[in-house]
Design a protein around this ligand. Structure first.
Ligand code: 4AD
Ligand code: MG
Length: 474
C-alpha cells in the first residue's frame, strides 16, 4: 500500500492495519517522549504522520540526529486514529530504517522557497508539494489523453524526432549534426568535430544523414501519412522550437498532442478539440481531487470552479474577421494595432478570452492565408484558410489546427507561392496523388494544457526539466 491508498479512505477500515511506508522525511519534531516524522512517498500530497518513541526498533538513529529532512526512510507500523487535528490517521511506528542520510545542505527546507530558486534545483524540486502535485496532474493528463483517443478509435502513431522537413516553415528548427568520434576525442570544441569542407562550411555529404537534419517542430506531416492509411490517428511526443521567446508560455522543448482525422473537415476538427479538452479536464477534476484542491487554495483561487465550467459549457466559435471587428470595437488601447491580415498578439488573445467572452475558451477560425502555414486548406473566398486556434484564459493559444489542403494542384501552387522547395515535400504530395481525402487535425501544447489545468503561471514549472534560451541544465 502507498500513502495515497490509506489517505483516500481515511476511514475506520484502515485502523489496525500493518503498513510499511518508504519515502522521504519532510519534517521531524522530536519531543520529550515521542517523535513526529512526516514522510512523503510521492503517491499523493499528504504526508504520513509517523509517531515513534524509544521502543521502536532503529530509534537510536533518530535520537542520534541521523534522520533529518530530506533523508529516505523505511518505516513499519500500525495505522491508528490520529490524536492531532491535521490528519485522520497516523502510523504508530515499531521499526524505522534509515536508507539514505540527507546532508545538512539539503536545499529544500520547510520554509517556502521561490519558484525561481527551485528552478535552479530542478533535480530536487519534485520533493515539494507544488512540484509533486504538478507531476501527478501532468501524468493524469497524459493518461486521459491516451484514454480519450483510444476510446474514440484513434491509433497512436510515433512520429520521428529527427526530420529533414520543416512542418511550420517558420525556420525555427534545431539542426542535428554528427560529431566525428575520432576528432571529437582530440578537440575541446564540439564544433571542430563536425565534418567540414575546405572552406569551413559543414560538409553535409559527410554528415550522418547525408543532408541537413533537424529536430522536429511538429509530427503533423508524418501523422497525415498514417491518417490517410489508418484513418484517425494521433501523435504524442516531444517537439522542439528554436524560438528565441523568453515568455511564460514558450519552451524550446515541449510535448505536443497531434490528432489527425481522416474524412473530416474543420468542423469535425473543432468538435474533436472541444471534446478532448472537456474530457481531460473532467478527468483531472475527478481523479486528482487532493492535488486540485491544493492548486485552488495555494496557486490559483477558484480554478476548480472555472475548470468545471470549461468541462461543461460549449466553447465559443468566431471567425478571424469577427475577432478583428471585436478588437477594433473594443474600448481599449492595444500596444499592437489591430488590423485585418495581421497576427493576433497575446494582448489581443487575452482581451478575447478574458474580457469579451469572460473566461471562456474561444475558437477563432478562418484566418488570412498569409499568416498561416502552407498546408492549410484554402477557403472559397481565396484569402482565408480553414484554420482554427483555441484560446484559453490566462494562456492564450492552447491549440492550433486546420483542415489540410487535400487538392494536389492547390497545394503545389501554395508551395510555389511561398517559394518552398516542392521536391523536398515529394512524399507529402504523394498523399494527394494516391487516394487523397479531406482531413484535418490540430496540435495541442501539452505544457500549456498542464498550465491551464493547474493554474501554474510559468511554463518552466510544469515540465520536469525546462529547456529555454540559455538554459539546458540537468
Ligand atoms: O500552432 P502550432 O505551431 O501548430 C502546429 O505545429 C501544427 N503543425 C499542429 C497540427 O495541426 N498538427 O503549435 C501547436 C501548439 C500551440 O497551439 C501551442 O499550444 C504549442 O503547440 N506550442 C508551444 N508550446 C510551448 N512552447 C512553444 N515554443 C510552443 N510553440 C507551440
Ligand atoms: Mg499556432
Amino acid at each position: 500500500l502507498r500513502v495515497s491508498e490509506i489517505k483516500e479512505g481515511d476511514g475506520a477500515d484502515v485502523f489496525g492495519r500493518n503498513l510499511v511506508v518508504q519515502g522521504w522525511v519532510r519534517t521531524l519534531r522530536i519531543q520529550s517522549i515521542v517523535t513526529f516524522l512526516e514522510i512523503n512517498d510521492g503517491s499523493c500530497l499528504s504526508n504520513m504522520q509517523c509517531v515513534l518513541n524509544s521502543e521502536a526498533e532503529g530509534y537510536d538513529q533518530v535520537e542520534s540526529g541521523l534522520v533529518t529532512t530530506g533523508a529516505s526512510v523505511w518505516v513499519q507500523g500500525v495505522v491508528v486514529k490520529s490524536q492531532g487535528s491535521k490528519q485522520k490517521v497516523e502510523l504508530k511506528v515499531n521499526k524505522i530504517v534509515l536508507i539514505g542520510k540527507s546532508d545538512p545542505s539539503f536545499p529544500i527546507q520547510k520554509k517556502r522557497a521561490s519558484r525561481e530558486f527551485l528552478r535552479t534545483k530542478a533535480h530536487l524540486r519534485a520533493r515539494t508539494n507544488t512540484f509533486g502535485a504538478v507531476a501527478r496532474v501532468r501524468n493524469a493528463l497524459a493518461y486521459a489523453t491516451h484514454k480519450f483517443f483510444q476510446e474514440n478509435g484513434f491509433v497512436w502513431v510515433s512520429s520521428p524526432i529527427i526530420t529533414a522537413s520543416d512542418c511550420e516553415g517558420a525556420g525555427e528548427q534545431f539542426c542535428v549534426t554528427t560529431l566525428i568520434p575520432s576528432s571529437h576525442e582530440t578537440t575541446d570544441s564540439p564544433v571542430d568535430a563536425i565534418p567540414k569542407t575546405n572552406d569551413g562550411l559543414i560538409d553535409w555529404s559527410q554528415d550522418f544523414f547525408g543532408k541537413p537534419a533537424f529536430l522536429t517542430v511538429s509530427g503533423q506531416l508524418n501523422g497525415e501519412t498514417y491518417a490517410t492509411s489508418l484513418s484517425d490517428v494521433y501523435t504524442f511526443g516531444p517537439t522542439f522550437r528554436a524560438e528565441n521567446s523568453n515568455t511564460s508560455r514558450h519552451l524550446a522543448e515541449f510535448w505536443m498532442i497531434e490528432p489527425e482525422l481522416a474524412f473530416a473537415d474543420l468542423n469535425d476538427d473543432m468538435a474533436c478539440a472541444t471534446a478532448y479538452l472537456q474530457f481531460v479536464i473532467r478527468h483531472v477534476l475527478d481523479n486528482c481531487k487532493e492535488d486540485m484542491e491544493f492548486f485552488d487554495t495555494w496557486i490559483n483561487k477558484g480554478i476548480i470552479d472555472r475548470l468545471s465550467d470549461v468541462a461543461d459549457k460549449d466553447v465559443v466559435q468566431i471567425t478571424y474577421t469577427e475577432a478583428i471587428d471585436l478588437l477594433s470595437g473594443a474600448n481599449k488601447k492595444f500596444e499592437f494595432p489591430v488590423k485585418w491580415g495581421s497576427d493576433l498578439q497575446s494582448e489581443h488573445e487575452r482581451y478575447i478570452t478574458e474580457e469579451a467572452f469572460s473566461g471562456c475558451p474561444v475558437i477563432i477560425r478562418d484566418y488570412p492565408k498569409d499568416i498561416k502555414a502552407f498546408y492549410m486548406r484554402q477557403n472559397d473566398d481565396g484569402r482565408t484558410v480553414a484554420a482554427m486556434d483555441m484560446l484559453v484564459p490566462g494562456i492564450g493559444e492552447l491549440i492550433g489546427g486546420s483542415q489540410r489542403e487535400e487538392r494536389l494542384e492547390y497545394l503545389e501552387a501554395r508551395l510555389d507561392d511561398l517559394k518552398l522547395n516542392k521536391d523536398a515535400y515529394w512524399w507529402y504530395l504523394d498523399l494527394r496523388r494516391y487516394g487523397s481525402v479531406p482531413h484535418a487535425g490540430f496540435g495541442l501544447g501539452f505544457e500549456r494544457l498542464v498550465q491551464f489545468a493547474t493554474g501554474m503561471d510559468n511554463i518552466r514549472d510544469v515540465i520536469p526539466f525546462p529547456r529555454t534560451p540559455g538554459s539546458a541544465e540537468f
